[in-house]
Design a protein around this ligand. Structure first.
Ligand code: C2O
Ligand code: CU
Length: 459
């Protein structure tokens, strides 16, 4: 029998139901060093940190409302943890070293087990010294499948990443601590790739309908993306379905950690150019993922897709009456910081720079003892982020999805990561219904490591 992807996935989840009981141990996910050929073949391979020896780590696919169970085995020489990005998760499983758990020492393990309430495209990544650990390769896709999947011929995950490596040696460049990268736009790679390949390609037939799950797992790069030879609709952002699919016309913007689910029809004829292009630094458009169009499929194009089914319990009530909390985004090159709290002490720019802190959220660099705010469970929150820096920031809230509230009170789609441009003010609103300690930080990971990390308490 020829296995289609769909039956293969169903097979996997059936197998997961027959897993041995918890006492005998969970299925493993091993963080380990591995050699991987990231650059073209004529260049040396790269020593990476991987999950289970692959870049990206294995794509975990589970049905909605099931439970994810994995034992993280730390075979690295440094402590690590896993964060399950975008999942409305039990706080104890959120994987934030120093806030929700202790980092897992080398040679030890940690059991992650939690429910998956929402269908959608998520991802997992290291959350201990993440600027370095994610850049070295510790990330993978987490796909939660709808009970009734949309009518597509194939479902493909495209994890978009960039790597900063020396082509002569294959080694990662600059020790992951460069003050230059941290105080500016972050660590931007010199090689862009998909699913661990710089030359990722798919093949498809004309008129085939594909679901493409785009995930930006890069450290700091904001991707501008265009479709070629494809007619597409955005059906979900950051895992959460849009009420109505939106036709893709111009450039899609995918900030670090964000996801876009597309449904695309292959419109290019056999042999014609098709795929996804990205805006390269020199103003040119380059191939990110090429699609080789083979013969014509039997089916014709099907018109706009139906919306994906909404996830449960997503209402945010009483937004207009909720108080607004201000969290200005501060610091960075060409702005600097003054009188900023670090470890409970007010410091000036020079002192902060010596401590590797270039950024602040609401006057504080890095995690403090006290949360930015304590919300009572069920409360509606509003946080206004004014970007007083010269750089864009991809602000991510753990544990709950939010909506952007426009000045006229209109609410945008559900998201877990929002791009805030310089001089822009973005207000997010969410229902604080998930108890625990939740990070709110910039997902440009060099910024997060250098001050742009805070947390909120839901009690
Ligand atoms: Cu995807 Cu705190 O991160
Ligand atoms: Cu930032």
């Amino acid at each position: 029998m020829k296995m289609t992807r769909r039956s293969f996935c169903t097979g996997l989840s059936a197998a997961s139901l027959m897993r041995p009981a918890l006492a005998q141990g969970l299925p493993l996910l091993t963080a380990q060093e591995t050699m991987v050929q990231l650059a073209p073949d004529s260049y040396p391979a790269t020593p990476v940190w991987s999950y289970d020896g692959t870049i990206p780590g294995p794509a975990l696919r589970l049905p909605q409302a099931s439970r994810l169970e994995r034992r993280l085995v730390n075979a690295l020489e440094v402590p690590t943890t896993i964060h399950w990005h975008g999942i409305r998760i039990d706080n104890a499983m959120d994987g934030v070293a120093g806030l929700t758990q202790d980092a897992v020492p080398p040679g030890q393990s940690f059991d992650y087990a939690f429910d998956l309430p929402d269908a959608g495209t998520y991802w997992y990544h290291a959350h201990t010294k993440s600027m370095e650990q994610v850049a070295r390769g510790l990330s993978g896709a987490l796909i939660v499948e709808e009970v009734t999947p949309p009518d597509v011929d194939r479902d493909e995950v495209l994890m978009i990443d960039d790597w900063l490596i020396d082509p002569e040696t294959g080694l990662f460049v600059d020790s992951f601590a460069s003050p230059m990268a941290r105080s500016h736009g972050g660590r931007i790679g010199n090689l862009v790739g998909v699913n661990g390949r710089y030359d990722y390609r798919l093949s498809a037939r004309q008129h085939e309908r594909l679901r493409l799950r785009l995930i930006n797992s890069a450290n700091a790069q904001i991707f501008g993306l265009r479709l070629e030879g494809l007619t597409g609709w955005t059906v979900a952002l950051d895992g959460m379905p849009l009420a109505q699919p939106e036709a893709v016309t111009g450039t899609l913007v995918l900030a670090p950690a964000q996801r876009i689910d597309l449904i695309v029809d292959v419109t290019a004829e056999e042999g014609a150019a098709a795929g996804i292009l990205f805006a390269a630094g020199d103003d040119s458009w380059q191939a990110l993922a090429e699609i080789t169009v083979t013969a014509r499929a039997a089916t014709k194009s099907r018109g706009a897709p139906a919306p994906l089914p909404p996830n449960p319990r997503m209402e945010i009530n009483g937004v207009d009456a909720a108080p607004v909390l201000d969290m200005p985004l501060q610091g960075g090159a060409m702005r600097g910081l003054k009188n900023t709290l670090f470890n409970g002490q007010a410091m000036g720019w020079q002192e902060l720079v010596q401590k590797g802190q270039f950024w602040a959220l609401a006057g504080q660099a890095g995690l403090g003892e006290a949360p930015f705010t304590t919300l009572s469970r069920g409360e509606t929150a509003r946080i206004r982020m004014k970007n007083d820096t010269m750089f864009p920031h991809a602000m991510h809230l753990h544990g709950m999805h939010f909506r952007v509230r426009k000045e006229d009170g209109a609410l945008g789609p559900l998201r877990d990561t929002v791009l805030v441009m310089p001089n822009e003010t973005t207000e997010i609103t969410f229902l604080a219904d998930n108890p625990g300690k939740w990070l709110l930080h910039c997902h440009m990971l060099g910024h997060a490591a250098s001050g742009m990390t805070n947390w909120i308490m839901v009690a």
